[in-house]
Design a protein. Structure first.
Length: 339
């Protein structure tokens, strides 16, 4: 056991893209659990785009991180001390203890992972929030039918890669959008997408149109920006748009230049009877987690789902890895191996 608890705090609120100066690494003493509590040692920390929103104090669906508070985040931890009847030392749990080595918990909100989970970090990705987000957004809001065309951006990311593979399992044609040739090749050759378009291409919008000759029935939205601009004219009557994120906008400090396109969007939604629905996964679907976990476990066991982690070594690397994530530098689900 190390003698201290390293913590990464929010030092200041970013204006635009976060910088390393927005974070502060500090060391404090390891907390002691009281009666009814347990001490968690962080082994893996999840980095996810939603964290950018928590760094701002704009009104949102969750409270912002306070200045000089520990950054929030999903974690996979081991119990190192327990005064709680339901938890024993050595057990693995899924927690939300944030960017630090140790945390005390009263057991509330923890999900047990057993004494010897095969892939404990999977609880932060394919078996956790990103996989669950992909599953419910596509199946409940997207309502895919055999032969539908699905378009998903950030196609090799933690959520997008799952959306596309679930779409293929459901008999749909899947077109991904990703940044760079290597990611596009991976989406087609490993994940089984029918097509994948590089959003850096000068003729990106035309390539997308050529790949979607029958239009788009489901657009799984997690990016926004120029990608949505290219998708909008291709949407079919009755299209569905599950809306789980807008990563292209998270660092924006003002509205984009150009004409106001809100009326055009509203017109398209009306004329084509398009359903566009935002959702917050655990707020809206927590009661269906077991259904997801059972199905995803089965698909993994059957080899129907491929999953890739982008693993970062060391808690001190988390800020730079998070900044890179918002720039699309990651390849797969970003997980920090803390200890």
């Amino acid at each position: 056991m190390t003698a201290t608890n390293r913590q990464l705090l929010l030092a200041s609120r970013p204006v635009g893209a976060p910088t390393p100066e927005n974070f502060h690494l500090t060391e404090t003493s390891i907390p002691s659990p009281q009666q009814g509590e347990l001490l968690l040692k962080t082994v893996y920390l999840s980095l996810d785009p939603y964290m950018r929103g928590r760094m701002s104090d704009k009104k949102s669906y969750a409270e912002p991180v306070g200045i000089n508070e520990v950054m929030v985040g999903g974690t996979v931890c081991q119990v190192t001390a327990s005064h709680h009847p339901d938890y024993q030392v050595g057990e693995w749990v899924l927690a939300y203890s944030g960017w630090q080595d140790y945390a005390v918990s009263n057991g509330e909100g923890l999900i047990k992972l057993g004494m010897n989970p095969t892939h404990p970090s999977y609880a932060l990705g394919v078996m956790g929030m990103p996989g669950f987000t992909a599953y419910m957004g596509l199946l409940d809001i997207g309502q895919p039918k055999q032969g539908d065309t699905i378009v998903v951006a950030a196609a090799t990311g933690a959520v997008g890669s799952m959306v596309g593979q679930i779409g293929k399992i459901k008999g749909c044609r899947v077109v991904g959008i990703a940044g760079g040739n290597e990611k596009c090749q991976y989406a087609k050759e490993t994940l089984g997408f029918d097509e994948c378009i590089d959003h850096h291409a000068a003729d990106f919008a035309q390539q997308l149109a050529d790949a979607c000759t029958d239009g788009i029935d489901i657009y799984y939205e997690n990016v926004g920006g120029k990608v949505f601009d290219a998708v909008l004219p291709l949407l079919n009557t009755g299209a569905r748009i599950p809306l789980c994120g807008l990563i292209s906008q998270y660092n924006a400090t003002s509205l984009p230049d150009g004409p106001d396109r809100m009326n055009m969007l509203m017109g398209q939604l009306l004329v084509k009877r398009i359903k566009m629905q935002g959702f917050i996964i655990f707020d809206d679907y927590a009661h269906r987690y077991d259904e997801f976990a059972q199905q995803m476990s089965q698909w993994l066991a059957e080899g129907k789902i491929h999953y890739r982690e982008d693993r970062v070594e060391g808690l001190e690397q988390a800020p730079q890895a998070f900044i890179g994530l918002l720039e699309g530098k990651n390849f797969g689900k970003v997980v920090v191996k803390v200890s």
